[in-house]
Write a protein that binds this ligand. Structure first.
Ligand SMILES: [Cu+2]
Length: 341
């Protein structure tokens, strides 16, 4: 029975409890579960017993006299269940209101769902594809979508809220347990729905979190290739593009530079700097063959790419192909040229 009750490390029914709300949620669930189990057993046993006791008799067999009613029993089976459902309503309602109302002064993170990835914009002015927070701090999620219905679902926090295009929804949590948890999309949103996940990282203390925020905001003295490598995860390219040649939502960046590209609806090109620039800033101008035009708009969308960052992406992608790496070795630190192959 303890295994059923969802201990901190997760029971049979539930993932670990990483918020106080999760523990409350599970206790309400199990209370209702055991009350239902008790009445299920009671009613079935009574039904079988009465079916036998008051079965149809053979002709001539004496019939047991049955009373028309019994006020005492009727009062008991009316009042007790009424009190129970009132109590369940009370704990359900107060729990719901608590879950819906973020405490004043909560740390606000803007969550955006899009086919098929999540992005998290922080009040310090940066965007990440991971949700980070320190232990013991209330975090309010303001949730939007750029295309279709999605749903933010963090099982370990017992948090679930739809992301609806054209409006903002809210959810909140306060974790009491450091660790890394899963965030899923819980609204079927198309082909790559099952791959639409993100990590939620709860830092053990405020200092660890502040450190992470500093890393995100401080670009330091990076070469263009290093900048591109950093932005590749920070702007969420890694949710759709790999570096090892594997196909995800989009084509891999490995050996992309210098390779021949084919497009939907015809046409070909060699992936030089000018092409990469167009592919990143205007992804729908020419759509790579066998892929759908689902790359986010980095010009006007919620996550933007600055001119200085574009150089980083191009140099980073170049460094991932033999041709590009050789060129970079010849002319270290030079800005990308526009020449054709
Ligand atoms: Cu989705």
């Amino acid at each position: 029975m303890a295994a059923l009750q969802g201990a901190q490390d997760g029971g049979t029914f539930f993932p670990p409890q990483a918020t106080e709300a999760a523990a409350e949620h599970d206790s309400v669930f199990f209370l209702i579960f055991w009350i239902s189990a008790f009445f299920f057993a009671l009613i079935n046993v009574a039904a079988v017993y009465f079916a036998i006791r008051y079965r149809r008799r053979a002709k001539g067999e004496p019939v047991e006299k049955s009373p028309s009613h019994n006020t005492k029993i009727e009062l008991v089976w009316t009042i007790i269940p009424t009190l129970i459902v009132c109590y369940l309503f009370w704990i359900g309602m107060t729990g719901y209101v608590d879950r819906r109302t973020a405490p004043a002064g909560a740390y606000t993170v803007y969550v955006t769902g899009q086919k098929w990835s999540w992005s998290f914009a922080y009040p310090e002015g940066f965007v990440s594809n991971e949700l980070h927070a320190p232990v013991g701090r209330a975090v309010k999620l303001v949730i939007g979508s750029t295309d279709v219905l999605h749903s933010v679902y963090i099982p370990a926090f017992r948090v679930k809220m739809d992301a609806v295009p054209g409006r903002y929804t809210e959810a909140w949590f306060e974790s009491n347990r450091p660790g890394t948890y899963n965030l899923f999309c819980a609204e079927y949103c198309g082909q790559q729905h099952s791959m639409m996940g993100a990590s939620v990282v709860i830092h053990a203390d405020r200092a660890g979190f502040d450190e992470w925020v500093k890393e995100q905001t401080d670009l330091g003295d990076l070469t263009p290739v290093e900048l591109g490598a950093l932005l590749y995860t920070r702007k969420g390219c890694n949710t759709c593009h790999t570096l090892d040649g594997a196909r995800l939502v989009g084509p891999s960046f490995k050996d992309l530079y210098g390779s021949p590209r084919e497009f939907e609806g015809g046409g070909t090109a060699i992936a030089d700097e000018a092409y990469l620039r167009e592919a990143i800033m205007e992804p729908t101008a020419r759509v790579t063959k066998d892929y759908s035009p689902t790359m986010p708009d980095f010009k006007n969308g919620p996550i933007k790419i600055e001119a200085s960052e574009l150089v980083g992406f191009i140099e980073f992608i170049k460094s991932l192909s033999a041709d590009g790496a050789a060129e970079q070795a010849q002319a270290p630190g030079e800005a990308p040229e526009q020449e054709q192959e």
